[in-house]
Design a binder for this molecule. Structure first.
Ligand code: IVH
Length: 671
C-alpha cells in the first residue's frame, strides 16, 4: 500500500472505530461483533506500525473507548484504568509468554482468570467503607455511579478482615446473570420496550440509569479481579485477590495459578466448554503475571499492561443447513430476507432463523438452497449467517434469488438508488403495510392504546373489521367480544382505551400517522412549525425545507403522504372523532409568546422536582427549544446536580449562563 493510500485508510479506520466505540460504550448498542471490531483495530495497528509518522495520541490504538456521559459527575482515577491486549491465537499467546520470560530471565508463574463480559467498575474503599464507584470512562476520568453501585447486594458497603489498607481500589466487572437478563427482556417485550441485545449491554445500560431504584430492581452482580493500593498487602496478584475474597468481595472460582504456558493452554481449553455452564457470559480468559515485582518490571504501554493479556474465544459458531429464505414485509414496505434453518443449539438457545440483511448480503454469500451455513451470535439478538461451506454444496442446488415481487401482494419491488433495501411500493393495499401502520399508530410512544397488540390487530384486520387506523374509532364492544380469547372486560378496556386516546397531544398524533421518515423527534419539530395538520398539508417543498431540520427526503415524504386521497379521508375522519390535529386544541398553552420563546436550552445533570423528560416537555410547552449539545446558539444551560465538570467548563468558555432547577421553575411560574 502506498503512503497516501495508507493515510487515507488510517483515517477511515479511525472514524469507523470511534463510531463503534461510541455504539458500544455510550449507546450500549454495538452493531458489529467483538471479533469484527478487533479485526479493524488490528488493521489500524498494523498500518500505524508501518507508517509511524501517522501515529497520533488520540488514535484508538492508544486510547481506551470512552463511556463518559453528561449525566454523572466525573472524577479522575487514582490509577489509570487501562485496557488489555488481546488475541484469538494461541501462537500469539506463546509470543506473549516469550516476551515476558525474556524480561524475567526464566520461567514465569501466571494467574489465569475468566474474562467477564460486562461493564468494568472501579470502587474506592476508605477506612473499610465503600467510598466511591467510577466507570472506566476514558481511562483517566470515570463517571461517578456510586448511588447505582451501592444497590448491588453482593458488593459490601463495609468490610472486615486482616491486612486491610486504609485506602484501596478494587476493580471488577458488573454483570447481569443470564436468567435475570432473560426475565428483564421478557418484561421489556411485554411492556412494548425494545429488548437488550445481550447481558453486557443490559448491564452497562443499567449502570448509567439515573434512578437507583430501577438499578436495584435489575439484580446486577459483580466479579472482582484487581486490587490496587499504595499499601498493597502481598507481592503476588493471587494472594491479593484471594485476600479480597476473604474481606467479602466476590472473586470467581475460575481462577488458577499456572506454572507455565502449557498449563495456561489447558486452562483456556477447559473453559472453552466450561463457560457454557456458567450463568453469566465470559468472552475469554485473562492471563496475568503473578509476581507484582515482575509486573512492575514489565510495566505498561499507553493503553495496556505488558504483564497481562487476554485470550478471547471466538463467538460461538455452529453449522447447520439452510432450509429456505423467507422475505418479510415491514410497516414501511421494507423487505427483510430471513434464513430458515434446521434447528441448532447456539450459545444456550435453539436457533431456527438468522438474518440475511439484504440482497447484497445474499449475493456476497453466494447462498444456495440446502447449503451448510455457519451461524454466529454477535452483539445482536438474531444470529447471522457468516459463511457457507462450499465443499458440502449439493450438486444442482438452486441459487437463492432475491424476490422481484412482494410476497404479500405481488407488486414489483423497488430499490432506491444508493439504498441497500428493496421495498414494496403498494402502500395502499399491501396487508402487512396496512396492519403495520395500525400497530405503529397504537404503539406506546404514539397513541398508546392499551390492550390492543399486534395479534389483535391482525385478528381485526383478517375479520374485515379494520382496514386503517381511523376504523379503530368505529369499533364497538359487541364486535370485539366474539373475537378469539377476548372477554367482555378486555373488549371494554380496548374500546375505552381507543376513545381516551383522543386526548393524546398533537405532536404524538403526527408521529402516529406513520409518515415515512417522520419519527418521534421529527414529529415534534414539525408540530412546532406547523400549528395544524391542515397547515402541514398546504406546505410545499420550499416551505418544508426552510425548516432547518427538514431535508429534501423528509419533505418529499410528507408531500407524498398528503397527496394521497385515502390519507386525507382518514385524517378527516380522525378529526371527526376528536383527535388533536392542531396545536390550539392541545391542552398545552400556545407556544407563541411563551416564557421561553426564542430560547434554546440544554438540560444537564439530575433533577429533584421533575425528570429530564418532563423538563424537556416544560421547555417545549413554554415555547423553548431543546438543544442536543452545547453550542454558541444555546441560550442557557439548565443545570441539575452531578453535572459533569467538562460541560460546566465548556459552558463557561462559551459564555453560556447556567440556571439552577429552582431558578428555572421560578422563571416558568412567575407572572
Ligand atoms: S484485568 C490492567 N481481569 O476486560 C489490567 N480485566 O479488555 C486490567 N475484564 O477493562 C484488567 N475480566 O473490564 C481483568 N479477570 C479480568 C477481567 C477483566 C474482564 C475486563 C475489564 C477490562 C477489559 C479489558
Amino acid at each position: 500500500m502506498k503512503r497516501d493510500e495508507a493515510k487515507e485508510r488510517i483515517d477511515v479506520l479511525r472514524r469507523e472505530i470511534e463510531m463503534h466505540n461510541h455504539n458500544y460504550y455510550v449507546l450500549n448498542n454495538p452493531v458489529i461483533s467483538d471479533f469484527e471490531f478487533d479485526i479493524l483495530l488490528n488493521e489500524l495497528d498494523t498500518l500505524e506500525k508501518m507508517y509511524p509518522e501517522f501515529i497520533t495520541d488520540d488514535s484508538p490504538t492508544r486510547r481506551v473507548g470512552s463511556d463518559l456521559t453528561d449525566e454523572f459527575r466525573q472524577y479522575e482515577h487514582k490509577y489509570p484504568m487501562l485496557s488489555l491486549g488481546n488475541t484469538y491465537s494461541k501462537e500469539e499467546l506463546k509470543d506473549f509468554n516469550e516476551r515476558v520470560e525474556k524480561v524475567a530471565g526464566g520461567p514465569v508463574e501466571y494467574v489465569c482468570e475468566l474474562k467477564f463480559d460486562g461493564a468494568s467498575i472501579s470502587i474506592t474503599y476508605r477506612n473499610k467503607s465503600f467510598f466511591r464507584a467510577l466507570t472506566r470512562g476514558d481511562g483517566t476520568t470515570g463517571d461517578d455511579v456510586t448511588r447505582n453501585i451501592k444497590t448491588i447486594r453482593s458488593i459490601p458497603l463495609k468490610i472486615t478482615g486482616d491486612n486491610i489498607p486504609g485506602e484501596f481500589i478494587i476493580r471488577g466487572e458488573i454483570l447481569m446473570p443470564r436468567p435475570v437478563f432473560n426475565r428483564l427482556n421478557e418484561e421489556r417485550l411485554s411492556a412494548g420496550l425494545p429488548p437488550f441485545a445481550n447481558p453486557r449491554n443490559a448491564a452497562s445500560g443499567t449502570l448509567k440509569l439515573l434512578d437507583p431504584k430501577i438499578v436495584a430492581s435489575r439484580n446486577l452482580d459483580c466479579m472482582f479481579y484487581f486490587l490496587l493500593s499504595d499499601e498493597i498487602p502481598y507481592r503476588t496478584h493471587f494472594e491479593n485477590l484471594s485476600t479480597a475474597g476473604k474481606w467479602g468481595f466476590r472473586v470467581s472460582e475460575g481462577i488458577s495459578i499456572c506454572r507455565n504456558i502449557d498449563e495456561v493452554m489447558n486452562f483456556i481449553d477447559k473453559w472453552e466448554d466450561g463457560r457454557k455452564k456458567l450463568d453469566f457470559d465470559i468472552d475469554g480468559v485473562v492471563i496475568k503475571v503473578n509476581s507484582i515485582d515482575l509486573q512492575e518490571k514489565l510495566g505498561y504501554t499507553a493503553k495496556s499492561p505488558r504483564w497481562a493479556t487476554a485470550y478471547k474465544y471466538r463467538a460461538e459458531q455452529v453449522s447447520t443447513r439452510l432450509i429456505s429464505v423467507s422475505f418479510q414485509v415491514g410497516r414501511t414496505g421494507n423487505i427483510t430476507p430471513v434464513a430458515n434453518l434446521e434447528p441448532v443449539l447456539l450459545a444456550g438457545t435453539t436457533v431456527k432463523r438468522a438474518s440475511l440483511h439484504n440482497a447484497d448480503q445474499i449475493s456476497l454469500l453466494d447462498l444456495h438452497k440446502n447449503d451448510v451455513v455457519y451461524v454466529e451470535k454477535g452483539g445482536e439478538i438474531i444470529p447471522k449467517i457468516i459463511g457457507v461451506e462450499r465443499s458440502q454444496r449439493l450438486e444442482k442446488s438452486d441459487k437463492i434469488i432475491f424476490i422481484t415481487n412482494c410476497p404479500e401482494c405481488g407488486t414489483p419491488l423497488q430499490r432506491n438508488e444508493g439504498e441497500a433495501n428493496h421495498y414494496c411500493p403498494n402502500y395502499l393495499h399491501c396487508p402487512p403495510q396496512l396492519t403495520g401502520r395500525i400497530v405503529h399508530f397504537i404503539s406506546r410512544k404514539a397513541m398508546n392504546i392499551e390492550g390492543l397488540g399486534e395479534e389483535t390487530v391482525d385478528l381485526l384486520f383478517n375479520k374485515g373489521l379494520i382496514r386503517n387506523y381511523a376504523d379503530l374509532y368505529e369499533l364497538n364492544v359487541d364486535q370485539l367480544i366474539p373475537l378469539e380469547r377476548l372477554g367482555e372486560k378486555s373488549a371494554l378496556n380496548i374500546i375505552n382505551s381507543i376513545r381516551s386516546s383522543a386526548g393524546v397531544p398533537y405532536p404524538r398524533v403526527l408521529y402516529a400517522l406513520g409518515i415515512r421518515h417522520v419519527g418521534e423527534t421529527m414529529a415534534k419539530t414539525v408540530a412546532k412549525t406547523f400549528g395544524s395538520v391542515d397547515e402541514l398539508m398546504q406546505a410545499d417543498s420550499d416551505t418544508l425545507t426552510s425548516v432547518r431540520e427538514i431535508g429534501p427526503k423528509i419533505a418529499a415524504s410528507i408531500i407524498s403522504f398528503f397527496r394521497d386521497e385515502d390519507n386525507i379521508r382518514i385524517i378527516q375522519r380522525l378529526k371527526s372523532y376528536g383527535l388533536k390535529l392542531n396545536r390550539e386544541e392541545d391542552s398545552a398553552p400556545a407556544t407563541a409568546g411563551g416564557k421561553l420563546t426564542g430560547k434554546t436550552i440544554l438540560i444537564s445533570g439530575v433533577f429533584k422536582e421533575h425528570t429530564r423528560e418532563e423538563y424537556k416537555e416544560i421547555i417545549e410547552k413554554n415555547g423553548g427549544k431543546n438543544a442536543t449539545s452545547l453550542s454558541s446558539n444555546t441560550s442557557f444551560l439548565l443545570a441539575g446536580e452531578n453535572m459533569g465538570p467538562s460541560k460546566r467548563e465548556k459552558a463557561e468558555s462559551l459564555g453560556i449562563p447556567l440556571i439552577s432547577e429552582s431558578d428555572f421553575l421560578k422563571l416558568i411560574h412567575e407572572d
